[in-house]
Write a protein that binds this ligand. Sequence first.
Ligand code: SAM
Length: 325
Amino acid sequence: MVGVLRAAGEPTRLRVLALLAHEELAVMELSQILGQSQPRVSRHLKLLTEARLVERFPDGAWVFYRLTSDRLGRAFVDQVLDQIAPDDAELNNDLERLEAVRQGRERDAAAYFAQNAPRWDEIRSLYVDEADVEAAILTAAEDRRFARLIDLGTGAGRMLTLLGPLADKAIGLDLSQQMLNIARRQVAEAGLSGCELRHGDIFATGLAAGSGDLVIIHRVLHYLNDPGAALIEAARLVAPGGQLLIVDFAHHDLEFLRQAHQHRRLGFSDDEIARWLQTAGVDALSTTALPPTSTEGLTVKIWSARKAGGAPALSPSALAQRSAA
Ligand SMILES: C[S@@+](CC[C@H](N)C(=O)[O-])C[C@H]1O[C@@H](n2cnc3c(N)ncnc32)[C@H](O)[C@@H]1O
């Protein structure tokens, strides 16, 4: 306990804890916000990690830190942070700088998506064979008809054109108007009149809880500041008995994807996804891995989860077929 108190009882380390209470951050970002050198910040982080107040997770050449997931450790940190006056000038300055870092990141990502929107399908094909991934997604969705589909970060709308024919209604949500314009055209060309395209943020979709029988988040998580929070929102949208599909990359070390393609995270491990799914209140169902065709490629993973509760809402046509049978 003395070690833990010592770890938290120092101004910079307290500032680090307060910042990590907002989101997970890379050492470089913490150093920028705190106005201290990276080695100095790393020393503080080492002490906080040894005291088990924060967790360290390397991601390619970057190292991220987040507050401990241990219940007691987290309760201790929350209690300490609760004692700090809300108008503390230094912490408020840190939060302003955190906001500036966030906005810089979001500006870069938005510019990237705006520039790359017209050739997005070409970029996607750099990774793995799309046809195999899409077949595996259909298998994971059990190829059955369902009532309401929600595609988070719909981009050019490929998941809508793939899964839309199985759904009575579908919503594709994206932050980028450029991407939505392309998705609108693709959906219209595919004749999917039940698809609605909405401008919105995955972290606060504004959609009603339980409004999707299948919610999919396909190759979006690795761009996000806080993938765990996005999965909490995604899981909130899943109706009782409904399914959540996460499609993203397995952990990898293709560092150039950060600069060239704005990836924030170099893929995810099964353990990390499992922990987030548990926090989000859905039950992991299955994991599918699609290895790359070349040695330089990326493994695509499909993590499937279900929300406990009633049976998934089947579409009226599926129900009609069932009752006829
Ligand atoms: C790589 S594209 C993937 C698009 C699509 N899911 C697909 O598989 O083709 C990532 C998309 O996520 C969107 N995006 C990134 N952050 C977002 C956020 N916070 N809320 C909504 N969309 C977001 C981007 O605008 C971009 O269109």
